[in-house]
Design a protein around this ligand. Sequence first.
Ligand SMILES: Cc1cc2nc3c(=O)[nH]c(=O)nc-3n(C[C@H](O)[C@H](O)[C@H](O)COP(=O)(O)O)c2cc1C
Ligand SMILES: CCCCCCC(=O)C(=O)O
Length: 389
Amino acid sequence: MSTSALITSIADVGKSAREKLPNYAWAYYSWTSADGKTYQDNLEAFRRYRLIPRNLRDVSIRDTSVTVLGTRLDIPVAIGPTALHRLAHPEAELATAKGAAAMNTAMVLGSFANHSIEEFAEAAPSGIHWFYMLFYKDRRHMKRQLDRAERAGYTAIFLTVDQPFFPFSVDKSPRVSPRAYTVPLSFPNVIDVEPPHAFGSTEYRACLTAVVKEPPTWEDVEWVRENTRLPVVLKGVLSAEDARMAVERGVNGILVSNHGGREQDGVPATNCSRLCVCESLLTSCPTSSARFDGKAEVYVDGGVRTGTDVLKALALGARCVFIGRPALWGLAHNGAEGVQQILQILTDELSLAMARTGCAKISDIQPSLLVHQSYYGIPAVRAVQMSKY
Ligand SMILES: Cc1cc2nc3c(=O)[nH]c(=O)nc-3n(C[C@H](O)[C@H](O)[C@H](O)COP(=O)(O)O)c2cc1C
Ligand SMILES: CCCCCCC(=O)C(=O)O
């Protein structure tokens, strides 16, 4: 599929990316833990919800904007942190930043990026920049990174908490094929001075393992909270108890995520987990769900591929969603414009889904729009059995 071929969906962009990317890059981006059950579940779980539209409302104008961490985004879709954009495009994260800025939405710069905190911010000066910082053994390094992010105009710090050990420390078969190392890569945000070892070599991996803190603990989160004035978001929370502990420590946002099915296999799809987070909070501290909502925002990622998925995630209670692989597909498909195109497709689809379900603005998207298929699960099973005869 060429760049000029008719592209009408995220799936089309994914197909184009598959054709354009070398096998090692496609393999890394598509990689999942174990047999990919959790990844598949992320995709399928959205389809398990059905929508009950409200009709005859004035939806002639739809407003898809939302406020996240005090910043207005034109769409409730932001780009999450992903590593190694350089495998998809020579401009790497700089192009992704431009695509996000063109749609006036936020992007989280991953620490495993080819470009520094400052280069990224300068590439898209009008953009909304958030920074995913690693936990390091040396707190002075963390403090320097927090200060640099603040000075460069970033407006939030993301901490990933579902990766106690990094792939370069523990993966038995490498997540990134050695063939990828023919591409010039570096990690300026992780290592101050690039070591003289070949990128990806055992020695290079040992340099990374030497600096990162594995595994991080709540004490590290508390330290970050105390050492930056920026809002702090924990990414990778699946348990209600962890969400509560985060809120107690002054965390400002919870990104419900299973790392796109790339960490622990067998965990639930994230949109189910979101329900777990909320339901348990409601059950265990009945008076505090409002307090929780007031104190921290909740977001979700994993398997978002259509505007209807976005609508469903918001109806489940997420303030906004994040995308991982689709942004990489857009980047591979057509650089910054491809990333913009991905976001435009999701915007157009969301806007149409809002019209068809009677929502003129984001706050109209309510839980009552959704019914889970288990609601009519027994009749559905009977129908399958009947259909044999
Ligand atoms: C190639 C790739 C690299 C990723 N790198 C990181 C990372 O460095 N840090 C992180 O917190 N999450 C990382 N993620 C996870 C994403 O932030 C996100 O949780 C996930 O991709 C969402 O699922 P989706 O790809 O179905 O949208 C990565 C995901 C992919 C696909
Ligand atoms: C070569 C560095 C890769 C770091 C891990 C990135 C990641 O989280 C992933 O899912 O892949």
